[in-house]
Design a protein around this ligand. Structure first.
Ligand code: HEM
Length: 386
């Protein structure tokens, strides 16, 4: 099996029953596995609520490590709509030429450094710094700020061997407190300052609401982007013919990004809390219990995707849910897609091939099922194009 392969552990359960129960810290979760049911349930926010106790919809649950509500993620309409409308234009800025012109040198410099070094541990010495430096463009903060964020590692709530690291969570909370105080006194043109001066439904945002938006931006856009970059490098190292295809047919890069996000599904699933007794696939889900929308399983549903376990870079019909579906679809998707477009375009121009020297898989444990989401470490040799 190639090192970049990401298998589908949900196939049997998806075909047999369409759901799977798992335990998470003594609070059960019914995982919804079929594409049609995932989309239907994501759409039905009245029955499958996001605005439960902060941290409860995340799997593993973060109720024990944070009380701050992440916004707009842990709100339901109509509250969700006001906040989403406020922040959406900010998160669409990556479509602008000026934004892309700021992002390109950051990405190019990471690629050039990797080529100059020859061999690189991609997770910590390529994808993490690239993700953090690119985030300064999204937040409109000085690039030097990224040095601190790089020090936080690949996940803001997890550390190696601890999926819920409360020290890390409080470190991020302290940073957000400090920034809010600093930028209240001396506002700039960054996202913190803009939100501190904004209103939703005629009311100024509270400090906690500002911190709730920023915490989500730091958490949601971190390991997802790091895994997407790292898994793409691993995939291209394993499939040199794809490097050539993307170089010779750059018009396929956008389709390739969608296909890679479908195949990698960087966010395996996200929970909801049932507001009433309901059923999915004849499976009873009781009021106030948790369900999860399993994007990773839906993205391999053979009823929707032909040859679902293959990467078909120019796949035509690709209704994947890697960036979610419905009211909460990913706000950071435009930023992530823009990073990937610049990254792939530059990489295939600059390298001839890449070789994976050694690697350690990053496996998520889902109460009896294991799913690879990426790598803890991966050493890759970058061979420059002559
Ligand atoms: C929501 C995936 C990058 C911020 C989501 C959801 C998914 C997702 C599946 C839906 C969650 C749900 O319905 O409960 C991804 C993937 C990414 C990525 C695969 C990278 C490849 C980012 C980035 C940011 C971000 C870079 C920001 C820096 C958000 C936010 C939401 C969200 C704020 C919640 C939107 C709302 O509730 O209205 N993401 N994400 N994401 N993502 Fe991302």
């Amino acid at each position: 099996m190639k090192k970049s392969t990401i298998s589908d552990p949900f196939e049997d359960a998806r075909n047999q029953t369409g759901y799977r129960d798992m335990d998470d810290q003594d609070d059960s979760v019914s995982m919804i596995l079929r594409h049609k049911d995932v989309r239907k349930s994501a759409h039905d926010w009245k029955t499958f609520q996001s605005g439960a106790k902060p941290g409860r919809i995340v799997v593993p649950s973060e109720v024990h490590i944070r009380t701050l509500r992440q916004i707009p993620f842990e709100l339901d309409p109509p509250e969700h709509t006001g906040f989403r409308n406020l922040v959406e234009p900010w998160f669409k800025r990556p479509l602008e030429k000026e934004y892309q012109a700021k992002l390109k040198p950051i990405i190019e410099s990471e690629i050039d450094q990797a080529i100059a070094k020859g061999t690189v541990e991609v997770v910590h010495d390529f994808s993490l710094p690239l993700q953090s430096r690119a985030l300064t463009v999204l937040l409109n903060m000085p690039e030097e700020e990224a040095e601190l964020w790089i020090g936080w590692g690949t996940h803001v709530f997890r550390s190696e061997g601890d999926p819920l690291d409360s020290d890390k969570a409080s470190g991020l909370a302290e940073y957000l407190d400090m920034k809010v105080e600093e930028l209240k006194k001396n506002p700039g043109e960054d996202l913190f300052s803009v939100l501190l001066g904004s209103e939703v439904d005629g009311k100024k945002l509270t400090d906690d609401e500002v911190k709730g938006v920023l915490m989500l931006t730091f958490a949601g856009g971190r390991d997802t982007v790091i895994n997407t970059l790292t898994n793409t490098i691993a995939y291209l190292a394993d499939h040199p013919e794809s490097i050539e295809k993307l170089r010779n047919e750059p018009e396929t890069i956008e389709m390739a990004i969608e296909e890679l996000v479908r195949y990698f599904s960087p966010l395996t699933h996200m929970g909801r809390v049932a507001t009433a007794d309901t059923t999915v696939c004849e499976h009873a889900i009781k009021k106030d219990t948790r369900a999860s929308l399993c994007w990773a399983s839906a993205n391999r549903d053979e009823k929707v995707f032909e040859r679902p376990n293959e990467v078909i870079l120019d796949r035509k019909m690709n209704p994947h849910v890697g960036f979610g579906f419905g009211a909460h679809n990913c706000l950071g998707a435009t930023h992530a897609r823009t990073i990937m477009k610049i990254f792939i375009g530059l990489l295939v121009e600059k390298i001839q091939s890449m070789e994976i020297l050694d690697c350690e898989d990053n496996i998520e444990n889902l109460d009896g099922l294991e799913r690879k989401v990426g790598f803890h470490k991966i050493h890759v040799k970058f061979n420059q194009r002559k």
